[in-house]
Design a protein around this ligand. Sequence first.
Ligand code: ATR
Length: 275
Amino acid sequence: MKRVFLLGHPVSHSVSPAMHNAAFRALGLNWEYEPLETSREKLREACHRLRTDNCAGANVTVPHKQAIMELLDGVSETARTIGAVNTITPRDGKLFGENTDAEGFVAALKENHINPRHARVVILGAGGAARAVAFALAAAGAREIILINRTASHATELADRVHARYPGLRLAINWREAIADANILINATSVGMWPNITDAPLPPEQVVSPHSVVVDLIYNPLQTRFLWDAKRAGAWTINGLGMLVHQGAASFKLWTGRDAPIQVMLDAARKELAK
Ligand code: ATR
């Protein structure tokens, strides 16, 4: 039996084991996806475990997506650009890091028939998720990206990183007036995530354009306060489930070499979230 591990802390509430195990079963693979509760101190030890024979891969989640990079034998250009790894594939005892969050995000937009080309995009947040989304949108041809974040220096850091790679892209920081006429508005902060489901990353009086697409990367709950407010304002809303499934599908393909059964993964994730 082959094993895939999820390294993070905490990982007990993760939906990924149910989602990937359902996919392995659907394809008749004798594989098992297991959460591996890993503290910062135990990260190196966990990496040793990934080099063993029956380990076919791993996911990395909060808070290790950045710290893991220096423990790997190589990282993809995408992961290096984003500055975070969420997927590991072992090859001949060596570990390679990839980031499938950006690909997952773009696939989720596409599934909703949203094309970010020439769009004015406002991203709330400047952490790991925001980074993946910012680079995905820059690569997809967004016209302008405005980063709004509690800690301004984190937003500046991310803007500098994106600018270095996409010098022609218009970037701004903490420009709240841009929200009212954004084409796409994205919550990439953790505000509103279970159990703090009454919190929202924007005050309720914030004007959101009824013509905008509003995305929350949070999938637990599926309907965040932020999405409720946006929906009430008349915007088209998208929750984080699509990105979760599509980043998982991209990782699944890296480990198994096979196309992931998207619908099976979506159903399993939904079922797990409803528990
Ligand atoms: P992830 O990998 O999920 O992106 P992260 O890297 O810890 O997690 O980033 C979390 C993001 O949510 C950050 O942008 C953080 O803002 P700071 O840069 O100021 O820390 C934002 N965030 C978290 N809690 C928040 C809160 N209570 N209010 C506003 N922003 C918050």
